[in-house]
Each structure stands twice: as C-alpha cells, then as structure tokens.
Design a protein around this ligand. Structure first.
Ligand code: ATP
Ligand code: MG
Length: 275
C-alpha cells in the first residue's frame, strides 16, 4: 500500500512540475479527499500554489474539509484572497466557521467583504453563536420540506439539493414560517408510494435542540436517541440548522480531553502529599 502511495505521489508531483493539468486532475481527483489532503499537506508552497491553480474552489474546499482545523490557517493565507473567499463559500458552513474562528478579525472581515453573498450572510450569522453551543457547531445545509408535498416531488427535490446537503438521511418538515413540525427518514420516504403526501408519513414528535444548548448536552442526546443528526431551532421553533453525528464525535473528543486535563491537574496537585 505504501509503495503504491509513493509511486502515485511521485507521478502526481511529476505532473505538477510538468504542468500537465489534465493528467494531474484525473489522477488527483480520483483519490479519496482524505488522501488528496494528505498529498497536499506534504507539498511545499510552490507546489501548493500550482495545485490552487489546477483545481476549482469547490475542489479545494473538499481538501480543506479534510485537514485538521489547527493546520489550515497558512493555506488560506497563501491563496489569492478572492480564491480563498470562493473556497470558503463552497465549504460546509460549519467547517468554514471553525476555520474563520482561528483567523484574525481583520482576515475574517476581508474574506467576508469579498464573499458578499448568501454564503457570507449565513457565515456571519454562525460566527455570532457562542463557543461550545449547538449554534456554533451546526451547519445550515439541511433538507426541509412541506407536509403538503408528495413523495414524488420530495424525491425530485432530493436529487436537486442532495449534493449540497450535509445529510439526506433525515428530511425536516417545516411550516410556512419555517417552524419545525415533523421529520421523516430517507427510509420512510423511499418505501412510500409516489403520490403519498408527506403529512401522511411524517412523525410529528420531533426531538430538537435549542441553538443555545451546550454542545456536551447535544452529544449526550444524540448518543441516547441514536440519531445520525439533530435539528437545531431558535426559541420560536424555527429550524436554523442541523448537527450531524460526525461533528458530535469531534465534540466528544474535545470534551474528553478537557476532562482529562482537569483530572491530570488534580492528580498532579495531590502528588506531594502522597510522599
Ligand atoms: P429504524 O431505526 O426504525 O429502522 P431508520 O434506520 O430508517 O429507522 P433511524 O436513523 O434509526 O432511521 O431513525 C429512526 C426514526 O427516527 C426515523 O423514522 C426518523 O424519522 C426518526 N427521527 C429522525 N430524527 C428525528 C428527530 N430529530 N426527532 C424524532 N424522530 C426522528
Ligand atoms: Mg435505525
């Protein structure tokens, strides 16, 4: 496996240096985004600058989503600011916000000015939520439907919105004021007849979390209910976003290491008394 990697990386580097854009794109984009990120991170600045030129903002966004947050800042700083802003706009809003939280206020402001569209409005909104709350870890790419629509129409909507949604596994039903009124799973949808109305198959007992809820509580809730995602609502039950299980794994890791540090501090203090 490693031998294959080395061979492939050698080839990619060769294509980069020869400026063989098409060969590079074919080979590189065929790899899993995680492996793309691994290769990308091993390169020097000159090679990375070539890579930005050969890929679209969307393709670079996918790479960025596979790099640890702490390591990302230098990459955004070396990109052309306009390109960087487009990359941000193509990322999941929750990931974009995580990264922006690591950048200086000036940099954040300049990126948001360049973006100036729906994406930056959503990101600005998300940047306001307090750290470690549901709002700070949610994403706004969810699928919402109305109870008056048919299964057939919903399938068509999924085809259209599916590629950009964080998950298509749960569909959230909202009323005309965007209040959360129901939920159904993809399984519930595809086992139903095409002309069935959503109101006939939705579940009205929706479990949701408040945007101000502590992230640790959200993690516990997802564990207890076994959901793959939970909806996040404001104080009037308006659906604002969703939190998916992969983001909750990060929270659990973070909280576990916080607890461990506290524990280590206590045992350190106790040590002198033991002797
Ligand atoms: P099952 O576990 O019954 O086989 P499933 O595997 O299709 O269902 P799960 O992810 O286990 O799907 O979800 C089970 C049910 O929970 C689905 O019918 C779904 O509509 C419902 N559900 C999903 N999210 C919520 C929520 N936030 N509140 C209440 N119910 C929810
Ligand atoms: Mg299940």
């Amino acid at each position: 496996e490693t031998a294959k990697n080395e061979h492939q990386w050698g080839m990619l580097l060769d294509q980069l240096k020869k400026e063989d854009i098409n060969a590079f794109r074919t080979e590189y984009l065929d790899m899993h985004p995680y492996d793309q990120a691994q290769f990308f991170q091993e390169q020097g600045r000159d090679e990375r600058l070539l890579i930005y030129g050969y890929l679209s903002p969307e393709e670079v966004a996918e790479i960025m989503e596979n790099i640890e947050i702490e390591d990302i800042e230098p990459f955004f700083s070396e990109m052309d600011p306009r390109f960087a802003a487009m990359v941000f706009a193509d990322m999941s809003t929750d990931d974009a916000v995580d990264i922006l939280n690591e950048l200086s206020k000036d940099k954040v402001a300049s990126f948001l000015t360049i973006m100036e569209n729906d994406a930056s409005d959503e990101i600005k909104q998300l940047l306001h939520y307090e750290e470690k709350t549901a709002g700070s870890i949610m994403t706004t790419e969810f699928i919402s439907i109305f109870k008056e629509q048919t299964v057939k129409a919903t399938m068509a909507q999924l085809k259209k919105e599916g590629p950009d949604a964080e998950t298509i596994y749960y569909l959230y039903v909202v009323d005309e004021d965007k209040r959360l009124v129901g939920v159904l799973s993809l399984r519930d949808l595809i086992i139903s007849e095409e002309d069935t109305l959503i109101e006939e198959i939705l579940s009205e007992k929706v479990v949701s979390v408040s945007v101000a809820e502590d992230q640790e509580e959200v993690a516990k809730m997802m564990r207890d209910y076994d959901f793959l995602a939970v909806p996040v609502v404001d104080f009037q039950d308006h659906l604002l976003g969703i939190i998916t299980v992969d983001d909750i794994l990060d929270v659990m890791e973070e909280e576990a290491s916080d607890d461990y540090s506290k524990f280590a501090a206590i045992t350190d203090n106790e040590r002198p008394n033991e002797n």
